[in-house]
Design a protein around this ligand. Structure first.
Ligand code: R5P
Length: 292
């Protein structure tokens, strides 16, 4: 098996090739004068290939590159193209919230399969059941919560792991297991008399304790800025933030630090200044199972 890297995930692909003891092949890329993308696999392929390509910004261009790379790998002789998309963009539009909208994640997943992918592995996709819903090829969702929580082992005093909302509670629960900590989620409630809206942990007391927030994505940072302010107002001692995909748009990191967050840590699905935890090992684990 050969590991094929594009410029979107070169570092992660290199780690995977080392972990799996397989050759790393870097795709040639260029842009035509009119803006169209070009990609070439510079060698004849044999057997299975692992194509690693993440869909961080510019996500539309990277998506076209992904389709080109799958087609190129098949054309170059690969018998199976196992596609690893560490960050699968457009996954938050996972249903038609309003009439007339697309199910964006479905449109993209179907296109990857149609391009010739034989299996797909993603990391912490917004709604894992989207994969079952839209794909017929084998698919895997890697959840790197153990790796993220492991980064904080021994660093926190009397920790509470919090999810910013109920939907993200499973991540907090898994991280708390690793850290031997309590976990909870933030709940919005409205005082029936005054109408005042309060955001606070559902049942755990954060007073005097370290809080670790864990989420799938930090984009603008708005969600975790608001969450950090709330728990600091409730007496939390120190606040940390961990996420899988650090999109970090609109000065998100500065906003988080300005809101009182001590440290922000993310994985390397999206290269960023806070990508201190690698998803290479859990992805390699999935690939080993696939090859067995
Ligand atoms: C929302 O559904 C996601 O899980 C994240 O909480 C959200 O995407 C974070 O976005 P932002 O950083 O812009 O608040």
């Amino acid at each position: 098996m050969t590991v094929i890297a594009t410029s979107s995930s070169l570092g992660l692909a290199a780690k995977l090739s080392r972990l799996l003891s397989r050759e790393l092949l870097v795709a040639e890329e260029k842009v035509f004068p009119d803006g169209e993308k070009y990609l070439r696999i510079p060698k004849r392929l044999e057997g299975d290939v692992l194509l690693v390509h993440s869909l961080h910004q510019p996500q539309d261009e990277r998506f076209v590159q992904l389709l080109l790379a799958v087609d190129a790998a098949k054309g170059a002789g690969a018998s199976r193209v196992i596609v690893v998309v560490p960050y699968f963009a457009y996954a938050r539009q996972d249903k038609r919230f309003l009439e007339g909208e697309p199910v964006s994640v479905g449109a993209l997943l179907k296109a990857v399969e149609a391009a010739g992918a034989d299996a797909l592995a993603v990391v912490d996709i917004h709604k894992p059941s989207s994969l079952d819903e839209w794909l017929r090829i084998p698919h895997f969702n890697v959840l790197p919560v153990g790796e993220l929580a492991g980064y904080f082992r021994g660093k926190l005093r009397d920790p509470v792991v919090l999810a910013p909302d109920k939907g993200a509670l499973h991540r907090a629960q898994l991280a708390a297991q690793v850290l031997g900590a309590e976990y909870d989620y933030l709940e919005k409630s409205r005082d029936r008399v005054t109408g005042e809206v309060k955001i606070a942990p559902k049942s755990v007391d954060v007073d005097g304790r370290d809080v670790l927030f864990i989420d799938d994505i930090i984009s603008t940072g708005g969600t975790l800025v608001a969450a950090a302010k709330e728990v600091l107002a409730l007496g939390a001692k120190r606040v940390y933030a961990a996420c899988t995909h650090a999109l970090l748009v609109s000065g998100a990191l500065d906003k988080l630090y300005a809101a009182g967050v001590e440290e922000v840590v993310a994985t390397d699905t999206v290269p960023s200044p806070v990508s201190r935890v690698s998803v290479a090992e859990p992805i390699a684990e999935v690939v080993r199972k696939l090859l067995r």
